[in-house]
Design a binder for this molecule. Sequence first.
Ligand SMILES: [Zn+2]
Length: 336
Amino acid sequence: MRIDRKKSWYERVPKVELHLHLTGAIPHETLWELIQKYGGDTSVPDISTLEEKFKYRDFMHFLETWVWKNQFLREYEDFTFLSEAVACDLASQNILYAEVFFSSSRFRNEDLTIQGLAEAVRTGLSRITEIEINLIIDLVRDNGPENAVEILPGIIESKEFGVIGIGLGGNEKSYPPHLFTDIYEKARQAGLHTTAHAGEAAGPESIWSAINNLKVDRIGHGTRSIEDEKLVDYLAEHGIPLEICPISNVKTGVVESIKKHPVRYYYDRNVPVSINTDDPKMFGNSLAEEYEILAKELGFIRDEIRTMLFNAVRTSFLSDDKKRELASKLINHPEW
Ligand SMILES: [Zn+2]
């Protein structure tokens, strides 16, 4: 293996990512090609203006931009095209394994089915052999529990394309976890793993509900756990993992700065935390930068970073055999 000494250790070290949204990870060149395919857009006259487009005034503006971008994802072949580009981009960052969210909603073409999308995404991902990627379907809470009931059979059928779990993104405040209790139970019975965004926009009560009602394997974000001391104790005692996304939390205003991010506190209290990027091509971050800024601002040393990388392996939705295989790939990597 050729080692590029110009890259930082954070870039070179083998990594694992558990909280990443497929359409928030599309490289700009790829998105640009899709925009051109559909006739261009006056708000982005050339590719360099995409970066400007992805600067947000506030969280609502971020959501508006998210929807704007989705209008250029229309056909199955678009998903194959962007999935290959995402896998290639992640592999080039020495990410060996990732669990990636996608949803069937919020696209202009309503004929796209979960199974069709999962197959198209898998076709693109499988072209890049340097990285293994499993898929988690985001039920999108804003579509309501009825919609989730409707799409669950399609999700279960998509297991053949590497769909291993369900998640719950969207508006945490208007659609609390308990509304989805039955769907999570059914998904679990069908052998799917579970996670839910909680404690990002809403407070600790949303995390309690994800634990008690949805009985999730992991919490997406969980940033605001710190507001309830008993909850932090509970997470540590029961080993409930948090998928922490530090830079995303700063960009959306959930925390003021990395220095004020509670990840250091959770780590010190033995809550199993993994570090993730959420929507890297829309926030302008990378997994290497996440670790680097945690080292700089919160004093995480390399051994602690290795522990968090192991946490990602341990709390992934892989089988025990696959976890062991992945852990040994990390340890035996020349940059570990
Ligand atoms: Zn997310």
